[in-house]
Design a protein around this ligand. Structure first.
Ligand SMILES: Cc1cc2nc3c(=O)[nH]c(=O)nc-3n(C[C@H](O)[C@H](O)[C@H](O)COP(=O)(O)OP(=O)(O)OC[C@H]3O[C@@H](n4cnc5c(N)ncnc54)[C@H](O)[C@@H]3O)c2cc1C
Length: 539
């Protein structure tokens, strides 16, 4: 860049990438400190996940009223969720409302995808370049780019040949799509696919679902929020957030302190039936303490779910295909459903087992497996995300001495507190990056913790006139070991899941998230702050 260009580059105290839940709240907090902040956002509006994921059936698996921001009593008082598990359009409206209420739009630059962020060793700041050719400088860079942001589409030969319509679920068009007389393929059967398949199967010409792995799905049991319930929720907000603060995953559900074998078969069965009948994740995150550490304990829950699946699917051969047997219950993200299994009882819905007959190629008119040729009008990729690290990898992030973050993390992600990485001073990660509680919880509860911790650290720097904050190698090494300890002895590493990076070919197989839960994560972060940000060096 020439000197003239450099002189023209706008400068900010903080540049935030991403206007999802994390970026919006961080902008609000930093404004409160008096910082000059700019948010760069690839989409045309705020909302992040709830802006991009517009596929039919997209909705919360978190209780709506436990998901919204907790920081503003006024906001809590004026916003009313219509359902216990709100659908995507409502969540998007909520985040637009937040952005208007706190006057956030004026500091967000939309349709601006960040292509590169380079640390300038001489100046001690970040030069951020956007795909449209723009650039800004910022003393501090914050990536609030989400953990489930970068769509993953398998590299199946012939994808460009297909003449029909084709989308990844996270790139759904901003217009209604009518499948009533269409032949549609859905590739994938994870949490998104489960929502999508249930919804589109209600009015479709013909649907073919291509499944690699059967999942343990639990009924969502959604319902509208009545006026009486709304009054009760408003009165109990402090209690609800206190509960989320204490629970492992920041949900209203928390693990049962007993072992599965502290109960006899009948008692255990009665408890499972009760949890199964409840809305939400209680059957998973309110299970026995040894659910995710002891194979035999896990099998008691897994067998229960398998039985429930078989009861609902009419054709025993289809039921067998939909019944997971290759992994422990809860070691993959548990999809919540509202009629998923019944979708396969329809005459116009067919299930194909990709383990038996993999896809060979996509053709002009459909796709070909090792067994048969299929014709489709639309192919939908419900194939998930390059989670935790994908969105960071897509940006050319270079720290001290020009070192690349993508290269540093290729061997395995390394961070301190999941919020900074050594060699990348003045760069914070808030939200779903690797080794951060926010990648594995009722996310906004963890994002609020991240945002508050980072904004407090920035306030600390401003008060003392520091220009730079950098994690030390020793602190990072200790955090990497701690994160590994949080999943040692659990069943997670035994399962091929996106938690382990297993859904993306070539990605390192290591637990990508943080397995210690929000309470422990918060304790660790608070301890660091209380000790004058131990593990960081200020200049
Ligand atoms: C379908 C789906 C359902 C979910 N359901 C739940 C749920 O029920 N409960 C729960 O707790 N969590 C759920 N999640 C997780 C969800 O991602 C989080 O709850 C939360 O929305 C994350 O917010 P965020 O601000 O961290 O990131 P995001 O919402 O992902 O926002 C990140 C933003 O960064 C932008 N961005 C990324 N890269 C760039 C770039 N290079 N340049 C410019 N902008 C960029 C993106 O466009 C995006 O707007 C779900 C996720 C998905 C995909």
């Amino acid at each position: 860049m020439s000197q003239e260009q450099s002189a023209a580059t706008p400068e900010y105290e903080v540049a935030i990438i991403g206007a999802g839940i994390a970026g919006l709240y961080l902008l609000h907090r930093l404004r409160g400190l008096g910082c000059r902040v700019l948010v760069l956002e690839a989409g045309t509006d705020v909302g992040g996940t709830w802006y991009w994921n517009r596929y039919p059936g997209a909705r919360f698996d978190s209780e709506s009223w436990s998901y919204g921001y907790s920081f503003s009593p006024e906001l809590l008082d004026e916003w009313q969720w219509s359902e216990h598990f709100a659908a995507q359009p409502e969540t998007l409206r909520y985040l637009q409302h937040v952005a208007r209420k706190f006057d956030l739009y004026r500091d967000i630059r939309f349709e601006t995808r960040v292509a590169a962020a380079h640390y300038d060793d001489a100046r001690g700041d970040w030069l951020v370049r956007t795909e449209d050719g723009g650039a800004v400088r910022a003393a501090i860079l914050v990536t609030a780019i989400g953990g489930l942001t970068e769509p993953y589409v398998p590299n199946i030969p012939g994808r460009e040949d297909f003449q029909g319509e084709s989308w990844h679920t996270a790139r759904w068009p901003h217009r209604p799509v009518d499948f009533s007389d269409k032949r549609v393929a859905v590739i994938g059967t994870g949490a998104t696919a489960v929502q999508l398949i249930t919804e589109i199967s209600k009015n479709i010409g013909h649907l073919t679902v291509f499944q690699r792995t059967a999942n343990y799905c639990k009924p969502l049991r959604n319902a509208p929020i009545t006026a009486a319930e709304q009054a009760d929720i408003r009165a109990r907000y402090p209690e609800i957030f206190a509960l989320c603060r204490q629970s492992f995953g920041a949900f209203i559900h928390d693990f049962d302190p007993r072992s599965a074998f502290d109960l006899d078969d009948a008692e255990r069965r009665a408890l499972y039936e009760r949890l199964w009948a409840e809305p939400g994740f209680g059957f998973w995150l309110g299970g026995f303490r040894d659910l995710l550490t002891d194979r035999a304990a896990n099998e008691t829950a897994a067998a229960f779910v398998r039985e429930k699946i078989r009861e609902r699917v009419k054709d025993p051969a289809v039921a067998a295909l939909l019944t997971p047997t290759d992994h422990a219950f809860g070691t993959k993200r548990v999809p919540l459903e509202s009629g998923y299994y019944e979708a396969f009882n329809r005459d116009n819905v067919r299930l194909i087992d990709l383990r038996a007959t993999p896809i060979e190629r996509i053709t002009a008119t459909g796709l070909r497996t090792t067994d048969a040729e299929f014709d489709f009008d639309a192919i939908i990729f419900a194939t998930g995300f390059d989670a935790a690290t994908g969105a960071h990898r897509r940006i050319d992030i270079r720290g001290e001495g020009g070192q690349s973050l993508a290269e540093k993390w290729a061997a395995a992600p390394r961070t301190y507190l999941g919020m900074q990485s050594v060699g990348f001073p003045n760069m914070f990660i808030v939200g779903g990056g690797p080794q951060n509680a926010a990648s594995f919880c009722n996310v906004p509860r963890c994002l609020e913790q991240n945002v508050e911790w980072v904004s407090d650290a920035i306030a600390y720097m401003r008060e003392r006139g520091y220009r730079s904050i950098a994690a030390t190698p020793e602190a990072e090494e200790a955090w990497v070991r701690h994160v590994a300890d949080t999943v040692a002895g659990t069943l997670f590493p035994e399962t091929e899941s996106w938690f382990m990076g297993a859904n993306v070919p070539g990605k390192v197989r290591v637990f990508q998230l943080y397995g210690g839960g929000l309470r422990l994560f918060r304790e660790k972060c608070d301890e660091v702050a209380a000790n004058g940000y131990s593990g960081f060096v200020f200049r």
